[in-house]
Design a protein around this ligand. Structure first.
Ligand SMILES: NC(=O)c1ccc[n+]([C@@H]2O[C@H](COP(=O)([O-])OP(=O)(O)OC[C@H]3O[C@@H](n4cnc5c(N)ncnc54)[C@H](O)[C@@H]3O)[C@@H](O)[C@H]2O)c1
Ligand SMILES: CC(C)[C@H](C(=O)O)[C@@H](O)C(=O)O
Ligand SMILES: [Mg+2]
Length: 359
């Protein structure tokens, strides 16, 4: 096992939540008799400030040599100037592309005790357990872009492309995952309007018919999916979709388990280290206040142990510890709807998970 873990804390709440995940990983290592070799590297706005580059080469080199990578978040108003040469987000897109991390797994799972943290009715969110496969290195995010003209004639464009190979590999990965779950896969596209979605729909249908005839398969248009997700979430099992649709639908889906601060993700390629991160961003509105929910990052660390380091028991232990602190009633402010008086801080939540792992 390559036990070297690269930490990319990044910006805003990134450093606060990655530190809690590091403490949890250190406790797991102690309990199970492992040693993790942590090193911290620059990405995002802080990397622009220190080196002029949102993804310095030293960070890429460290990531390539790592067993796995744990990222906090990048971005923030400080770097939002539209005329700036580069942006923090460019560093994140580049590391995903450089490492070939084409599959972004985003589990949307409700902890039963959090049904009251969701703004949706408890009877609707009950039973939510969806695994999104978001295509991560193609589509409109990586399409050709440009601007031209001036005044009223100024225009900008960004093209959306998907190739057969890109669609096949993500659909195969999602269908394999469906076999290990409830054997149902939903593909989400906009084939009534977009040419790349028509290719996506045709290729996905071929893959499913030829290679996964045993998996129950359906397709849903993305606008309708946005509605179905908050109306009948428990009917979905594995969902596969393109880069931008997956980005938007999973932030929407975070309201099922109650907060963006609960959702982890794994970005995987064919080989090499995986990158693990919460799905949320740098939360500039709460950065530095010590109140960010660290559980998404802690759950991302558990995914990292399971998928990249082959440590399933250790991952289970972290997930059980998270479930236990929720059962005990601990809530960071994002989860403490209506009753902020008893909410806990980022550090208190992290320490509670560590304490469960020690017991
Ligand atoms: N993977 C990433 O690094 C990533 C992901 C999304 C957004 N971003 C960047 O983050 C910056 C801010 O974006 P945004 O405000 O639209 O989205 P955001 O996800 O940072 O925040 C949206 C809302 O959710 C809350 N929130 C997010 N994470 C939370 C947590 N762990 N605990 C409690 N509350 C939490 C925030 O306080 C905010 O109200 C932007 O620069 C954006 O590009 C980065
Ligand atoms: C920050 C941004 C580039 C990123 C994305 O759109 O992929 C974020 O929203 C995410 O979901 O990880
Ligand atoms: Mg996003």
């Amino acid at each position: 096992m390559n036990s070297s873990i690269v930490l990319l804390p990044g910006d805003g709440i990134g450093p606060e939540i990655v530190e809690q995940a590091r403490l949890v990983l250190a406790k797991v290592a102690e309990r199970f008799g492992h040693t993790f070799d942590f090193s911290s590297h620059l990405i995002g706005g802080i990397a622009i400030d220190e080196t002029g580059d949102p993804l310095p080469q030293a960070t890429v080199d460290a990531c390539r040599g790592a067993g796995a990578i744990l990222l906090g978040a990048v971005g923030g108003p400080k770097w939002d100037d539209p005329s700036a040469k580069t942006r923090p987000e460019a560093g994140l897109l580049k590391i995903r592309k450089e490492l070939g991390l084409f599959a972004n797994l985003r589990p949307i799972k409700l902890f039963d005790e959090l049904a009251d943290a969701s703004p949706l009715r408890a009877d609707i969110v009950k039973g939510t357990d969806i695994l999104f496969f978001r295509e991560l290195t193609g589509g409109i995010y990586f399409g050709e872009s440009g601007t031209s003209g001036s005044g009223e004639e100024e225009s900008a464009y960004q093209s959306m492309t998907y190739s057969v190979g890109e669609v096949k590999r993500i659909v195969r990965m999602a269908a394999q995952a469906a076999r290990g779950r409830s054997n149902r896969l939903t593909s989400v596209d906009k084939a009534n309007v977009l040419e790349p979605s028509r290719l996506w729909r045709r290729v996905a249908a071929d893959v499913m018919a030829n290679e996964f005839p045993d998996v129950q398969y359906d397709v849903v248009l993305v606008d309708a999916m946005a509605m179905h997700l908050i109306n009948r979430p428990s009917e979905f099992d594995v969902v596969v979709t393109g880069n931008m649709f997956g980005d938007i639908l999973t932030d929407e889906a975070s309201m099922l388990p109650g907060s963006l601060g609960m959702l982890p993700s794994a970005s995987l390629g064919d080989d090499g280290p995986g990158l693990y991160e919460p799905i949320h961003g740098s939360a500039p509105d709460i950065a530095g206040k010590g109140i960010a929910n660290p559980l998404a990052t802690i759950l991302a660390a558990a995914m990292m142990l399971r998928h990249s380091l082959g440590l399933a028991d250790e991952a289970d232990a972290i997930e059980k510890a998270v479930a236990a602190v929720i059962t005990d009633g601990l809530r960071t402010p994002d989860l403490a709807r209506g009753d902020q008086s008893k909410s806990v801080s980022t550090e208190e939540m992290g320490a509670a998970v560590v304490a469960k792992l020690a017991s």
